[in-house]
Write a protein that binds this ligand. Structure first.
Ligand code: DON
Length: 562
């Protein structure tokens, strides 16, 4: 009881005095560290750690707090992945990815001419997969947490009920999306002040969401997947040609899967397996890079960029062919992550010449045929959690479930609705990722933990759709090959290639001017400055037992350590 009052006080203080929340992007600590896209959510996680909760308790509290304080991607109506390493060195991954509803079908986003209807796959209720976040967070808490459900959800309830003082970032986001929210009464009600845009400094309360969170706190997963919240969700589906039924909700289960494990220059890489493409591709690309001396080539040099782009080109071609939900499709993860495969796949690498993406099909053994968010947490014992969670697009399909106060995802767009037709991130796919009832759509989310010997070295991950995997790759290479500290490993400008389209997008200064000239001469096409920043990698590094956390300076956010 005392603990609950203390918790309430701490949260209230942070609400009423937002100035005290101007947390550093970079923090050091010894006992615990949380890095997320929301300073409020990071503070919630730190409070849980300070009260004696472990990293999983904190991760669940942060997950629910993000659903309130960072609604573009924090969610209870979406899904996510968790990579968890316990203090004794066991690694687990949890797949709480959304699933296609039972009555979905392969061609549901094709019009009468067989053309892919992007509107339908992104901006309708058909775009929503069956949400996985609530089941995932609660299951993680039950298996690995030490605190009660009520304790870890309490901060989120309080934030929703008492309100959050809007910062510039959130107020601007709401304003930018106001015309999308205007399409749906419950959305405009939630994200505006009676139709008038909120301003920074306004108090923003979410009373309907608070009631939903209370039902989850009281009844566990049944508070979301059954009862009044489920009734409201299903009623809204029925009224708006959506597919999710009570049966879909009741059937939803998160899955614990074998982590993807690889090695890179003496470090161990632990990341998310399929239906994420992230872990497989990260290890595959690191395997391709390992024989080369990137440290000597230097950051942003033509040699480094060329090498990494060629690894990316091959890995993304493989993604389109080979990756999908392993419960439905035989994903060749062992082949794709083996050192031998990387060597074979790189035999046509020319150090002086760009490959043409059209010439790079998917590989096989020659003898055979704006929005997601990532947070990282380490506790005093060394338990480590990396979570990436999403509604897919920023604010998902923009549809708030009337009465229940939460946004729905538009994750169905991550399926390959039509072979060789790009999804919202320009990604291609085929049979492996076609829509099937109850199947999970392929993801790029790559929560990752890197260890050296018995110790955690790095916890990282990112949003950014297709750019997630190359963002994580660069954080890892910056830390391991270029010996950058966590601040620089994360802030260092990035570039991205994804096989198709055959272009290199880069942030200003990611590639030196001289390197740009050389890359063009090697035949690299479409080198262009990205209109958007690439990724948002809220990460933690452990150096000699000391924690260094950084929230990616590309966006506001906060680290909270002690
Ligand atoms: O799971 C995926 O790969 C996508 N739904 C992630 C979307 C995303 O990162 C958008 N963020 N900027």
């Amino acid at each position: 009881m005392k603990q609950a009052i203390f918790q309430k006080l701490v949260v209230l203080m942070t609400l009423l005095f937002p100035a005290s929340l101007v947390l550093a992007e970079f923090q050091r600590g010894e006992h615990g560290m949380v890095s997320s896209r929301s300073d409020i959510a990071s503070e919630v996680g730190k409070n849980i750690l300070e009260q004696g909760g472990n990293a999983v308790d904190a991760a669940v509290a942060v997950g629910f707090a993000l659903a309130v304080a960072y609604p573009a991607a924090g969610n209870i109506g979406g899904g996510g992945f968790m990579v968890l390493r316990t203090a004794n060195g066991e690694v687990y991954t949890q797949d709480a990815r959304e699933k296609a509803p039972l009555s979905s079908n392969r061609d549901m986003f094709l019009d009468t001419n067989g053309e892919f209807d992007r509107q339908l796959s992104r901006n309708s209720l058909l775009a929503s997969g069956v949400p996985g976040s609530v089941a995932g967070l609660l299951d993680a808490l039950e298996r690995f947490g030490t605190m009660s459900r009520e304790q870890v959800i309490a901060p989120a309830i309080l934030l929703a009920e008492e309100g959050v003082v809007l910062n510039e970032d959130l107020a601007n986001q709401f304003q930018r999306n106001i015309s999308a929210f205007e399409q749906y009464p419950a959305s405009i009600e939630k994200f505006s002040n009676n139709g008038i845009a909120y301003k920074a400094g306004d108090l923003w309360q979410q009373l309907a969401l608070a009631e939903t969170l209370k039902l989850i706190s009281a009844n566990g997963r049944d508070g979301f997947y059954k009862g009044p919240v489920a009734d409201m969700l299903v009623a809204t589906m029925q009224a708006n040609e959506g597919l999710i039924t009570h049966e879909d909700l009741e059937n939803y289960e998160p899955v614990w899967r074998e982590p993807i494990h690889g090695t890179y220059r003496g470090y161990d890489i632990w990341s998310m397996p399929a239906p994420s493409s992230g872990g497989v591709m990260l290890v595959q690309m690191l395997n391709m890079l390992e024989p080369y001396n990137l440290e000597e080539y230097g950051l942003g040099s033509a040699e480094t960029v060329h090498l990494m782009v060629e690894a990316e080109r091959r890995a993304y071609a493989d993604r389109a062919e080979h990756l999908g939900d392993p419960d439905f499709y035989d994903v060749p993860s062992t082949m794709l992550t083996s050192k031998q495969y990387a060597q074979l796949r790189f035999t046509n690498f020319d150090p002086a010449l760009a490959s043409l993406s059209d010439d790079i099909g998917a590989g096989s053994w020659p003898q055979e045929s704006t929005q997601t968010t990532h947070y990282s947490i380490i506790d005093a014992e060394g338990n480590t959690v990396a979570v990436t969670t999403t509604l897919n697009a920023s604010y998902g399909n923009k549809f708030v479930v009337p009465g229940a106060g939460f946004l729905l995802n538009n994750e169905m767009d991550d399926f390959s609705s039509k072979p060789n037709t790009a999804n919202g991130f320009g990604l291609l796919g085929g049979v492996a990722n076609k829509i099937q009832p109850s199947k999970r759509m392929l993801s790029s989310m790559s929560p990752t933990i890197i260890t050296q010997g018995d110790a955690v070295f790095l916890v990282t991950g990112s949003p950014g759709g297709s750019t997630i995997i190359t963002t994580v790759l660069q954080v890892v290479v910056n830390a391991i090959d270029h010996n950058l500290n966590i601040e620089n490993a994360v802030s260092s400008p990035r570039f991205h290639h994804q096989w198709q389209p055959n272009i290199i997008r880069y942030e200003t200064d990611a590639i030196t001017d001289q390197a740009l000239i050389r890359l063009r001469a090697m035949g690299h096409q479409g080198l262009s400055i990205s209109r958007f920043s690439l990724g948002d990698a809220n990460s933690i590094m452990m150096i000699n037992g000391r924690l260094e956390g950084v929230s990616d300076p590309r966006n506001v956010g906060g680290t909270a350590g002690f």
